[in-house]
Design a protein around this ligand. Structure first.
Ligand SMILES: Cc1cc2nc3c(=O)[nH]c(=O)nc-3n(C[C@H](O)[C@H](O)[C@H](O)COP(=O)(O)O)c2cc1C
Length: 359
């Protein structure tokens, strides 16, 4: 990253990578966010293959680990080729967090430990965990301090604190860094917003300027321009979340837009190679997690894909109707064999053609 002395303008420079960010060696600052129910090992490996500089696990309950939940332990599995991977944990108090973290590290290894201080779901906040911690800064700081002696970098993911919190975004982030966190990701929505409205990027950029190299941005990263704006503004990384469902190839597009070298087979003008990648993702989820997971996850990743290409909406409908991996795979192969599928067309023309062909 290049800093222009005396000014607050910062412009992103891909040449400064690979680099250590938050104590972790990364190839680039475009990362896959933690996504419950989604960032399982085959999905994380897929996004690493597409170039994501780092991936996160789903959030893992420390209470679940402490109580010996088999399902929770199964979330600690990692796959070859997915490193660096950050284990994201959640708990309502420092003791449970520490015990859970120790148990997790006995099973698997990770490049950093992340603490979830962002989840707004009542089943998590009810006990004071997730975004509930934004109202309990003393406990949040104690959690960071509890994990530091384990020897891995400690990261936190927060939201913009609500009005009822004793601290604003800047003060809360500074407090976590002071307590020993190596890195803080800020999602610029308050917990009550859940995923609605717009993320407030100005508070994230303000914190990034105040704590250079230690603040990542989450929230509304849907285009290469969204990511570039946050990196140019001084964020150490961007977390790609729902953008990866709308377009699973968003990460390579961002990387290309930021000046990184990208495999041409991952870019928009290689739909055939992209289809092969989606098939191999489906096959891998099928073999590791079973057919239901393969269908549910692939439907999510394919629901917005290939927009702007002739026949794409017909393809997506075939995918959404599929009730087995075999049907879904056939829809992918049919789309790959379609003579029209590589052609770009404007949106109106694409939907007119799809309608007239019954799609
Ligand atoms: C389905 C789903 C699951 C999520 N799971 C987690 C999670 O486990 N841990 C976490 O810190 N954030 C989680 N998030 C929040 C995202 O990481 C991200 O901060 C949020 O979606 C804002 O980014 P976006 O506007 O680019 O989607 C989840 C979001 C969604 C939509």
């Amino acid at each position: 990253m290049r800093w222009t002395e005396g000014r607050t303008e910062i412009s992103f420079d891909a040449g400064s990578f690979p680099a250590k960010v938050g104590g972790v060696d990364v190839e680039n600052p475009v990362w896959l966010a933690p996504l419950a129910g989604i960032t399982i090992p085959p999905v994380r490996s897929f996004f690493r293959q597409l170039g994501a500089g780092l991936v996160h696990t789903e959030m893992v309950s420390c209470a679940g680990l402490v109580h010996g939940s088999r399902k929770t332990f199964s979330m600690l599995r990692t796959a070859d080729g997915e490193r660096p991977v950050v284990l994201q944990l959640f708990a309502a108090d420092a003791e449970t967090l520490l015990e859970g973290a120790r148990m997790a590290l006995d099973r698997s290894s990770f490049e950093a430990l992340g603490i979830n201080m962002a989840c707004p779901m009542p089943k998590v906040t009810r006990r004071g965990a997730g975004s509930g911690l934004l109202e309990r800064p003393g406990i949040a700081a104690a959690m960071v301090k509890a994990l530091v002696p384990l020897g891995l970098p400690v990261w936190a993911k927060i939201r913009k604190p609500p009005m009822t919190s004793p601290m604003d975004t800047l003060t809360f982030s500074g407090m976590l860094l002071e307590a020993g966190a190596s890195h803080v990701c800020i999602h610029g929505r308050q917990p009550s917003q859940k995923y609605g409205g717009m993320a407030d990027s100005s508070v994230v950029l303000e914190a990034a300027r105040a704590f250079p190299g230690r603040i990542a941005a989450s929230g509304d990263i849907f285009t290469p321009g969204d990511a570039k704006r946050m990196l140019d503004g001084g964020c150490s990384a961007v977390f790609v979340a729902r953008g990866a469902f709308r377009d699973p190839f968003l990460i390579p597009a961002i990387l290309e837009g930021c000046g990184f070298t990208v495999d041409p087979g991952h870019l928009a003008d290689s739909p055939g190679s992209r289809i092969d990648l989606m098939i191999s993702l489906g096959e891998r989820i099928l073999s590791e997690e079973g057919e239901k997971a393969a269908i549910v996850l692939l439907k999510r990743f394919l629901s917005g894909i290939f927009r702007g290409l002739y026949g794409a909406s017909r393809f997506r409908q075939a995918v959404s109707r599929s009730s087995s991996w075999g049907e879904m795979r056939a829809a992918l192969e049919e789309w790959k064999a379609s003579p029209e599928r590589g052609e770009q067309c404007d949106r109106r023309e694409a939907s007119r053609r799809d309608r007239s062909s019954g799609g």
